[in-house]
Design a protein around this ligand. Structure first.
Ligand code: 13P
Length: 271
């Protein structure tokens, strides 16, 4: 975590929770968390629950995001959801290129790149996920895999970034839902590499400003040590975000930076 980047914690509920369960979970999170958080917090429920959850977040500091989307605004794409539809229900963020989308639904680099560009064009902040499998890590291919995911995922993105934000998420596939978290040092090594690639693929000015989340078995007891690393700026949380107590405990363990944004003196941030 770096003082100039506000930490961002996003809850990826994946295909869990009915509408009433989603609303109860979101309400419990907001009431347990209270009006302040050291991090920007985003809840990403399943599509059909976004609007109901968003409504119950309207007086809170939490933001709402989606777990995926199509790149086109409208058309004959049975079963898909467009960026325009997400904006219409007040989504701020959208997770793109999650490893489950890449491996289970065959999403290509090119498809993900089109979505990243569409999200930016529609005023949504993409959370672009990258990460390697255990075999790739064991074969020393981590950096080459991530470099390809970044290069292809971020093609033609630079001109769209004027005054717009993008978030990266490093999710080693072997750490997702396995309880096997990367050590803070292992994660930091990849985050620093991602930032160096962002400087090459985007530009030197943007790279230090872009937040890079870590994802994969993040819990209340490992969040603080992960965030103590200089290039880890938040987390994309699966399992631990499905229960209000565990998620709020995690949020409360996010260290409060001595300064937030442009050297302002310490004070809790109210969104
Ligand atoms: P877990 O936190 O359950 O490991 O899931 C991580 C993830 O895939 C978030 O997108």
């Amino acid at each position: 975590m770096n003082m100039s980047r506000k930490p961002i914690i996003a809850a990826n509920w994946k295909m869990n929770k009915t509408r009433s369960e989603s609303v109860s979970l979101a309400s419990a999170i907001t009431s347990l968390l209270g009006p302040y958080s050291a991090a920007e917090v985003v809840l990403c429920p399943p599509f059909v629950n976004i609007e109901s959850v968003g409504r119950c977040l309207s007086d809170s500091i939490l933001k709402i995001g989606a777990q995926n989307m199509h790149f086109d605004s409208a058309g004959a794409f049975t079963g898909e959801i467009s960026p325009k539809m997400l904006k219409d229900i007040h989504c701020s963020y959208v997770i793109l290129g999650h490893s489950e989308r890449r491996s289970l639904f065959g999403e290509s680099h090119h498809f993900i790149n089109q979505k990243v560009k569409a999200a930016l064009c529609h005023g949504l902040i993409p959370i672009l996920c990258v990460g390697e499998t255990i075999t790739e890590r064991e074969n020393n291919q981590t950096f080459s895999v991530i470099s390809e995911q970044l290069e292809k995922g971020l093609q033609e993105v630079l001109p769209l970034l004027q005054n717009r934000d993008i978030v990266l998420a490093y999710e080693p596939i072997w750490a997702i839902g396995t309880g096997k978290v990367a050590t803070p040092e292992e994660a930091q090594e990849v985050h620093a590499f991602i930032r160096s690639q962002l400087a090459l693929l985007l530009n030197q000015d943007y790279a230090p400003k872009i937040r890079i989340q870590y994802g994969g078995s993040v819990k209340s007891d490992n969040i603080a040590t992960l965030l103590s690393q200089p290039d880890i700026d938040g987390a994309l949380v699966g399992g631990a975000s499905l229960e209000a107590d565990s998620f709020v405990r995690l949020l409360k363990n996010v260290p409060i930076p001595a300064t937030v944004f442009s050297g302002e003196p310490l004070r809790p941030t109210l969104f």
